[in-house]
Design a protein around this ligand. Structure first.
Ligand SMILES: Nc1nc2c(ncn2[C@@H]2O[C@H](COP(=O)(O)OP(=O)(O)O)[C@@H](O)[C@H]2O)c(=O)[nH]1
Ligand SMILES: [Mg+2]
Length: 401
């Protein structure tokens, strides 16, 4: 009986030891995992960056995953065309004399009425080829095109042009979304999702690993962010460059760029982030490039003092640099000059462009490696300073008569 007891005991001991060993291995691994948060207002591009991580540093999207995006993409098509149709109605009512510009061609009016009446994108069935043809006809209608030019007044998703230009392809029976389709697909994030990746794909190279969190950006989602605020190495703050003439989905009185400014300032002020680096992705540069020559930056109160000089590509560069400086200023206004622990960097990004995001993450990885080395050096200096002070005290003690 005694021998049996010993056997049970040694088995328990072995199990305990195995658990302890696993915990130690896990703790060691955890030390190498750096926590990154993707934060920013709604539709700034956070989830698109998150998808790019899967494409660039993980396995990409397999066929079943691609297929799962079909309902999302079809809902995007309906939402886009419906928003434009509602826009036509609204502009026609508002404009009085010039309202005829927003009246659909007679052959599109019936279908237009039907779609405009559907309550929500979820209320639409999947897009079949017949409906896709009707959507395409509406999209080509001059009234819809006129409303599209005023898209900034309509809460129109950024995927509108891409999906409506491709609507017949998206409705084909054997349609499987391409990687580009998936990156353009817009699905509001609720809750928190996370993933782990290493920018260095070589498994032999046991470098650091990043744990990246994506969150919902709308105001009602932000209270969930706090659960993630502990132990953050860096915040990737997404700001959409193209939103300077748009208002929020959740508050049509608030300019999106001003909301972004306030959000960044608030994050910078959080005591949790005193030593956290801020990597600001100035995103949607592709849209900004087209918009900056057409819509003056001064459409946003924050950019009131901007004066355009030319109407060519140099102007785009100037406008971009101006916005970049504005963001740097927010950082400076909300960071003590003595704080050398946290870094602030800006990156010009187009989240749907794989090449640009790959290069951006190479730079992010470099920046965070440098930060880690500086931190390690500061730690060593701190230890050295403490031990030499201790030496001085000891020497004083020894020399005392
Ligand atoms: N053209 C363009 N569209 C973008 C870019 N980044 C994101 N989008 C689109 O903008 C929409 C909102 O992006 P999403 O990542 O869902 O924003 P989130 O709310 O911050 O997660 C999606 O339809 C994306 O495809 C960009 O750099 N350029
Ligand atoms: Mg999202």
């Amino acid at each position: 009986m005694g021998a049996g007891c010993t056997k049970v005991q040694s088995q328990e001991e072995a199990e305990d030891a195995a658990i302890k060993r696993n915990m130690e291995i896990e703790a060691k691994r955890e030390q190498k995992v750096l926590k990154l948060l993707l934060l920013g207002a709604g539709e700034s591009g956070k989830s698109t960056i998150f998808k790019q991580i899967k494409v660039l540093f993980q396995t990409g999207f397999d066929d079943p995953e691609r297929r799962s995006f079909v309902p999302v993409i079809h809902a995007n098509v309906y939402q886009s065309i419906r928003t434009l149709l509602m826009g036509c109605k609204e502009f026609a009512e508002r404009e009085g004399e010039s309202s005829s510009k927003y009246i659909l061609l007679p052959e599109n009016q019936n279908y237009g009425e039907r779609i405009a009446e559907v309550e929500s994108p979820e209320g639409c069935s999947l897009l079949d080829e017949d409906n896709a043809l009707k959507v395409q006809n509406c999209w080509k209608d001059p009234a819809i095109q006129a409303a599209y030019l005023r898209g900034n007044e309509l809460q129109l998703p950024d995927c509108t042009e891409f999906f409506l230009n491709n609507v017949l392809r998206l409705a084909a029976q054997d349609y499987i979304p391409s990687q580009e389709d998936i990156l353009f697909a817009r699905q509001q994030t609720t809750g928190i999702v996370e993933t782990e990746f290493s920018p260095d794909k070589d498994p032999k190279n046991k470098g650091v690993c990043y744990r990246l969190f994506d969150v919902g950006g709308q105001r009602n989602e932000r209270r969930k962010w706090m659960h993630l605020f502990d132990g953050v190495t860096a915040i990737i703050f997404c700001a959409s460059l193209s939103e300077y003439d748009q208002t929020l989905l959740e508050d049509d009185k608030q300019n999106r760029m001003i909301e972004t400014r306030e959000l960044l300032a608030w994050l910078l002020q959080q005591p949790w982030f005193e030593n956290t680096s801020f990597l600001v992705f100035l995103n949607k540069f592709d849209i900004f490039q087209k918009k900056a020559l057409k819509v003056p930056l001064s459409a946003c109160d924050w950019f009131q003092d901007y004066q355009p000089l030319t109407t060519n590509n140099q102007e785009i560069e100037r406008a971009y640099r101006y916005v970049e400086r504005k963001f740097k200023k927010i950082y400076e206004e909300n960071t003590a000059p003595s704080n050398i622990q946290r870094q602030f960097r800006t990156y010009r990004t187009t989240a749907i462009d794989e090449g640009i995001i790959k290069e951006t993450f190479r730079l992010v990885d470099d920046a965070l490696t440098i930060q880690r080395l500086i931190q390690e050096m500061l730690n060593v200096l701190h230890v050295l300073a403490c031990s030499s002070l201790e030496g001085v005290f000891l020497a004083c003690e020894w020399q005392r008569p």
